[in-house]
Design a protein around this ligand. Structure first.
Ligand code: SF4
Ligand code: SF4
Length: 107
């Protein structure tokens, strides 16, 4: 099921967590093909992931507290596309709640 995340909910969740950026869960994050040079130019420390693909080391130096300081600027696409299981479940629950709420309003 494809969920359209509410930016405010997604932001709130991540601002309270940051565990996929701070090294708690992952040691590295994949840099997609064609992004390595640009990532290196803004200070990401590149390495090679277990699968041989380019990656940058975590914790990320663009993280301040639990806030990404590159949120408004370019950052590797893996950053914007990543959804952890907790985030997906929370977004689905919110979507289901909104559907129930809309249904009760239509009767
Ligand atoms: S994507 Fe998940 S693990 Fe990463 S900061 Fe957001 S809630 Fe935390
Ligand atoms: S650039 Fe932002 S989202 Fe990407 S790893 Fe660093 S802190 Fe996390």
């Amino acid at each position: 099921m494809q969920t359209t995340p509410s930016p405010s909910l997604a932001s709130r969740l991540c601002l309270a967590c940051a565990m996929c950026c701070d090294g708690t869960i992952y040691d590295v994050a994949v840099v997609r093909e064609g992004e390595a040079e640009r990532a290196a130019s803004i200070g990401f420390t590149l390495t090679t992931g277990e699968d041989g693909r380019a990656a940058f080391k975590l914790p990320c130096h663009h993280l301040e507290g639990t806030a990404c300081q590159r949120y408004q600027d370019w950052r590797p696409s893996t950053c914007g596309k990543f959804r952890c299981a907790t985030q997906v479940q929370a977004l689905m629950a919110t979507s289901q709640k909104a559907t129930r709420s809309n249904g009760s309003q239509m009767r």
